[in-house]
Design a protein around this ligand. Structure first.
Ligand SMILES: [Zn+2]
Length: 112
């Protein structure tokens, strides 16, 4: 009987030690300061897309930069993204921020 799922790299470790803290701080450092720029880029390139059937947003990959497509869903009053950064840290990632920017831009256009 299989009790455990295969390696879950998306889960925050129960204990942060010298082995995995490097990964997390490295990742945080890599992301710091770039979240807004990345979010703006997603919007500027028209990569944010609303799926009417699934009632969620998708953030398509930046061509030549990454290959993952992320799903952003509204859960209660919050948005959740299935990317590693959001799932592991719970902090707002560039994809969620991109959806916010996208909605504001869209609303702003509708208001005119
Ligand atoms: Zn994300």
């Amino acid at each position: 009987m299989i009790k455990e799922e295969p390696n879950q790299t998306y889960e925050l470790p129960k204990v942060i030690d010298y082995k995995n803290v490097l990964y997390y701080s490295h990742h945080a450092k890599k992301v710091k300061g770039t979240v807004r720029n990345k979010a703006k880029k997603f919007v500027d390139l028209g990569l944010i897309q609303y799926d009417k059937d699934l009632k969620c947003f998708f953030c398509n990959p930046i061509p030549g930069y990454n290959k993952s497509r992320y799903k952003i869903e509204k859960v209660d009053s919050d948005f959740e993204c299935d990317c590693q950064f959001n799932v592991t840290t719970g902090y707002m990632c560039s994809h969620i921020l991109a959806v916010f920017l996208y909605l504001k831009i869209k609303n702003w256009k509708n208001d005119r």
